[in-house]
Design a protein around this ligand. Structure first.
Ligand SMILES: *[C@@H]1O[C@H](CO)[C@@H](O)[C@H](O)[C@H]1NC(C)=O
Ligand SMILES: *[C@@H]1O[C@H](CO)[C@@H](O)[C@H](O)[C@H]1NC(C)=O
Ligand SMILES: *[C@@H]1O[C@H](CO)[C@@H](O)[C@H](O)[C@H]1NC(C)=O
Length: 929
């Protein structure tokens, strides 16, 4: 058993005693003076002098836990009746030793606290007769996940007009607002995020304002009181206006700041306006602070005459507290230009920033960040969610590694619900995949955010005396798809009946990630925009060595089959002019290895498999989704607006709007996504005709750039479109029954004739049921069979059987989330339900594919696919998982002749692997990526 000392040093002492002595001394000397010189010449000592002096000396107290905090034997959040728990035989990542310590042993929790980490013997258990024992059987155990950037409760799910509580539009600088005032205790996301291991979150106001208000740290579990306030972790004492003991160290407060596009956009202003709003606000706070300090200077010097009341202002007290170093400033700030402005502001007004959020350019300006007043801010970022607006367009997946190399604190965050915080660990996993050391990756969602929010005296590490916020994992937390099997908050088990999916043994180890040294250097060299175009192999012949497995499309089944597995032998694939000419064991390709005219690539046991397909995002129609001038733009929806006569009745074709060489398409290609199906962007009922294109093509006129001009006809049926669902269904019915005109009639006739599929973007199970009824109705009337594919389809699992019987296919997100009412009834998958939605569709013979919604997710398709298999409890093998993002999508979207591209991956399929080459039979060469 390996063990190192547990307690961090606690050296805060003597403060209170010293202050008490000072106040007593000052007050008693006045009293003495007063007695001696009780005539008109002396200062008049106000009746509340002692209170004022205490208040004045309290201004200099720094926030933190009370001195005796670590002597606590029970948590202030302990729920009486909670039984002690012993987690036996665990691999415990404690967070100590810079995140390198692992203790193999037990964890004993009681009274909401971790009582023991290490070996718990029977004698010790005598003191806990009612202990509940959880045998971890060697599983990984970690502290609960801490999300530094969340809008849980203020940006609730499902999102409703009645619950938009994260942004005030009352001004640019509103330090007096409090996110707590909007904290909804009924957000559907709490339970989901807990099931992903999140135990604590910093709930921030939004970024519409320069100073959006005060943030509050919550624990996610339900409370007996059911109140918003009961969720708070160490709220400031002054929160409810009751008397505050001036000698007690204050607790940390949190405040949201934002620069850049968001505040500018909301007020049609500019960065200059936002920066002035900051300076004006800080100047107001500084003047008030100076008045307070002058007042206290006089009071402490005994100059009471005419002193009056202590200068206070309820609106500005929180910002004054920032200047007093008692607030963690959490600063949404993306670009170098904005970071520069904030650094100047900190030095002008002398305050510190706890962390820069989003900070997509932080890795380009580490030395600038180090110039911040006080200390360098931490950098809280997404792993691969980028390029959605100008501010994010230089974001790099290598930022966590580069920032860490520069000695800056790295935090991975969700910005929930921007990313579903249930999967915050996935951000840490990706950061690790792209080069962040394992200890720092785990710290980035536990101990580091706990420290940045000022709560590292009780959460973020798994050590004796800390809050019993603990996760038991089904695999190593940095391995893809790692899922909690139990989560404790304040010692209370949060999963009543956890479901698990069996994981491979290899998932118990830290993934051995690829080397990205060159990519990391290029990210910096090219200021976040490294060239992404593939390089064509110079040799006509490429020999792949050490091939672990080969998967190919199966023409007969229109699926994917494993055609070779090396079973430890040295698998070989010889490619000549883009075509496999020989594959299998070395014996099958005897001359391959000796060919000196060939390029030899060692796949280190990796695979060769079909090129992946992406669907669901506007990939190929936009460079930066938030910038209209970089995008094809939305179509006119005939059901919501009056379409200009000149184009009325024409069905729009995505092929006409394709934009090539977008960074998201090229990143997709480099990660094995060789083609994509994209429909015209629409906010309403009618989208138009989708197209199939190659993700690496430089422009449309290159051979193979447009693989299939028209794939399917796309419509959307939605509860939130502003037009009744019944009207939308009626429209669809009349179009399917041939009542349309012109081009519209022709395209729907093709659907009815079975020539192209009808792809219906629909989330609600009720609308899906109506679609199934409509399909029957139309088929009865026309005598033809229509091909229908449902996409989005978050609630479709409720009708999996009926959808299967109707011969309808579905395309869903790998990770469902109840963002809107019509997506409310998700099938969450383990640990909340045994089956994932995808596994349920497979069990019901429904052809299922995986979609993404944002172009920046395209590059992660291979992770989505592997994850779907990992959480299917064996229902999906590798070949079936590959089909989800290749042949199934092609079938469902009307792709006649999918690409024959093959992807060569070095190393394993999840976080171990890296795509190194794309074999292109259609082009007759191999691309190196
Ligand atoms: C811990 O669990 C592992 C895996 O199940 C098992 O091999 C080992 O014997 C267990 N150790 C103890 C001390 O129970
Ligand atoms: C106000 O806060 C104090 C300190 O946290 C607490 O002791 C007190 O019970 C609270 N009062 C109310 C009315 O919530
Ligand atoms: C799925 O198909 C298989 C094979 O055709 C059949 O045995 C099974 O009953 C079907 N399952 C459902 C739920 O329809």
């Amino acid at each position: 058993m390996e063990k190192t000392p547990l307690y961090p040093p606690t050296a805060r002492k003597r403060v209170r005693a010293a202050q008490l002595a000072l106040v007593l001394l000052v007050v008693s000397s006045y009293a003495f003076t007063y007695l001696l010189w009780s005539d008109s010449r002396v200062e008049t000592l106000p009746i509340n002098a002692a209170t004022i002096l205490a208040q004045c000396s309290a201004l200099h107290l720094t926030p933190g836990p009370p001195n005796d905090f670590h002597a606590r034997t029970q948590s202030d959040r302990f729920v009486p009746g909670t039984k002690p728990t012993l987690i036996r035989n665990a691999s415990i990542w404690t967070g100590l030793d810079s995140g390198n310590e692992v203790v193999y042993g037990d964890v004993l929790i009681d009274k909401g606290l971790v009582k023991k980490v290490g070996s718990v013997n029977l004698a010790m258990l005598n003191a806990y007769p009612d202990v509940v024992v959880l045998d971890a059987a060697g599983a990984w155990v970690s502290p609960g996940i801490v999300d530094l950037h969340s809008h849980l409760g203020v940006g609730s799910s499902p999102s409703l007009n009645g619950a938009r509580d994260s942004n005030s539009h009352a001004g640019l600088a509103l330090p007096w607002l409090r996110s707590l005032d909007g904290l909804n205790t009924h957000d559907d996301a709490y339970q989901l995020s807990i099931s992903g291991g999140v135990t604590t979150a910093n709930v921030l106001p939004g970024s519409a304002d320069a100073i959006g208000g005060q943030a509050f740290v919550i624990k996610l579990r339900p409370t007996a009181e059911r109140s918003s306030s009961a969720m708070l972790l160490e709220p400031p004492f002054s929160l409810n206006g009751t008397y505050v003991d001036p000698f007690q160290r204050p607790r940390w407060r949190q405040m949201k700041h934002a620069c850049g596009e968001n505040p500018s956009r909301v007020y049609s202003g500019t960065r200059m306006d936002t920066q002035w709003a900051f300076r004006q606000a800080y100047n107001t706070a500084r003047i008030l602070k100076d008045k307070q300090d002058a007042y206290c200077g006089k009071a402490l010097a005994g100059q009471w005459t005419g002193l009056g009341e202590f200068p206070e202002d309820l609106q500005w007290e929180a910002l004054v507290d920032v200047l007093r170093g008692r607030v963690k400033v959490q600063n949404h700030c993306y670009e170098g230009v904005d970071i520069d402005g904030m650094i100047r502001l900190t030095n002008e007004f002398k305050f510190s920033i706890a962390a820069f959020y989003h900070a997509h350019e932080a890795y380009l300006v580490p030395d600038l960040i180090k110039k911040a007043y006080g200390h360098p801010p931490a950098v809280a970022i997404f792993a691969t969610h980028a390029r959605f607006k100008r501010e994010a367009s230089r974001g790099s997946e290598f930022a966590p590694r580069i920032l860490a190399d520069n000695g800056l604190d790295v935090v991975m965050k969700s910005d929930h619900p921007v990313l579903d915080s249930r999967h915050l660990i996935y951000e840490a996993q990706q950061a690790h995949y792209f080069g962040l050391a394992a200890n720092l990756a785990l710290a980035s969602v536990t101990s580091t955010p706990a420290r940045i929010m000022g709560q590292d005296h009780r959460i973020g590490r798994l050590i004796e005396g800390f809050d019993a916020d603990i996760i038991v994992w089904d695999s190593h937390p940095l391995s893809l798809g790692a899922t909690p099997t139990q989560v404790f908050i304040d010692g209370i088990a949060q999963l009543e009946k956890p479901y698990t999916s069996t994981k491979p043994k290899s998932a118990q180890k830290v993934p051995a990630t690829p080397n990205f040294d060159k990519e990391i250097a290029d990210a910096i060299k090219y200021e976040g925009l490294p060239p992404l175009e593939p390089e064509t192999a110079k040799s006509d012949i490429v020999v792949f060595r050490n091939v672990g497995s080969i998967f190919l499309k199966n023409a007969a089944t229109r699926g994917v089959s494993e055609v070779f597995t090396s079973a430890g032998a040295d698998g070989v694939v010889v490619v000549e002019k883009g075509r496999i000419v020989c594959s299998g064991t070395q014996a099958a390709c005897p001359t391959a290895l000796s060919r000196s005219d060939a390029l030899h690539l060692d796949l280190e046991g990796g695979s060769i498999s079909p090129g992946l397909v992406s669907y669901g995002s506007p990939l190929g129609l936009t460079h930066i989704t938030g910038e209209p001038s970089t995008s094809d733009g939305p179509v006119f929806d005939p059901l919501s607006i009056l379409v200009p006569e000149i184009i009325d009745g024409t069905v729009i074709r995505a092929a006409d709007g394709l934009l090539f060489a977008t960074r998201d398409a090229l990143l997709g290609y480099r990660n094995g996504v060789t083609s994509a199906v994209t429909a015209p962007s629409s906010y309403g009922f009618l989208s138009g005709l989708s197209t199939v294109f190659g993700t690496a093509a430089a422009h449309k006129l290159i051979d193979g750039a447009v693989i299939q001009k028209i794939a399917a006809l796309h419509v959307a049926l939605s509860l939130s479109s502003g037009i009744s669902v019944s009207t939308q269904i009626a429209t669809l019915r009349s179009l399917l029954l041939g009542e349309g005109e012109g081009d519209l009639a022709k395209q729907f006739a093709d659907v009815v004739a079975g020539k192209i599929p009808l792809v219906v973007d629909v989330e609600s199970a009720d609308i899906i049921a109506s679609v199934l009824v409509l399909k029957k109705e139309v088929e009865a009337a026309t005598g033809k069979t229509i091909r229908i594919t449902l996409t989005g389809a978050t609630e479709a699992h409720l009708l999996a059987k009926e959808i299967g019987l109707a011969g309808v296919g579905v395309i869903v997100q790998q990770r469902p989330y109840p963002k809107t009412w019509q997506q409310k009834r998700i099938l969450a998958g383990p640990p909340l339900t045994q089956s994932s939605a995808i596994a349920k569709f497979v069990a019901n013979n429904v052809t299922v594919g995986i979609k993404v919604t944002d172009p920046s997710e395209v590059r992660n398709t291979r992770f989505d696919m592997a994850w779907a298999a990992l959480e299917s409890n064996g229902a999906l093998g590798k070949a079936e998982a590959l089909a989800l993002v290749s042949t199934n999508l092609e079938k469902l979207l009307g792709v006649e002749d999918g690409s024959g591209d093959l992807v060569a991956t070095k190393g394993g399929s999840g976080f171990e692997g890296k795509v190194v080459a794309i074999i292109l039979p259609g082009h007759g060469f191999v691309d190196l990526v």
